[in-house]
Design a protein around this ligand. Sequence first.
Ligand code: HEC
Ligand code: HEC
Ligand code: HEC
Length: 110
Amino acid sequence: MKNKAIALLATCFFVLAASVCLASAGPETINLKEKFDVKGNKQAVIFPHHRHQEKLECTKCHSTDKGGALKVHISKTTGFGNDFHKKFCWPCHVERKVPKGKSCGTCHHK
Ligand code: HEC
Ligand code: HEC
Ligand code: HEC
């Protein structure tokens, strides 16, 4: 009984610490179409930001461990050959062998 209570307390503390920690880590999800003012008819990509933080260090994508500018400069945002595909999202998904990491529906949800 006592052990259970302690385990519960420990869990709560952990969850609380994690949520406080993530609160300073930027948005949970980011609508990239809106954020980068992308023109086109594809469904907007809602980027699961916190999910990436669980698996990767901030500096895989950002210039510092607090966030800041992206390391990859996104200049071309239109068409299939855009910089998200070519320079940012796809290369890492290929490197990390993310299942269906290049399938359209993985990122462009209906
Ligand atoms: C897989 C790539 C990736 C990782 C890893 C990642 N981020 Fe981000 N983050 C992004 C993208 C993409 C954006 C949206 C574009 C932007 O704001 O420049 C963003 C936006 C942010 C923003 C909001 C910036 C704004 O102007 O609204 C903050 C804060 C942030 N990230 C912090 C972090 C922190 C802290 C970590 C590590 C705990 C982290 N990010 C890990 C890709 C990533
Ligand atoms: C530095 C490496 C890296 C970058 C850059 C990156 N990703 Fe990922 N992404 C991953 C990894 C690793 C996973 C698998 C995470 C997991 O298993 O929870 C993932 C998973 C995802 C998923 C979830 C797939 C599923 O199974 O539900 C989506 C959606 C996604 N990424 C979108 C993006 C988009 C959009 C970008 C570019 C804006 C991007 N990612 C950039 C490493 C990256
Ligand atoms: C790893 C994530 C990811 C995958 C997989 C992906 N895209 Fe994208 N794509 C993006 C991001 C991010 C943008 C820019 C933001 C946005 O449009 O919401 C984008 C933008 C686009 C654009 C330009 C904008 C527009 O609306 O015309 C086209 C076209 C596009 N993607 C087609 C595709 C097709 C076709 C596939 C499948 C072969 C695909 N994408 C797979 C992330 C992805």
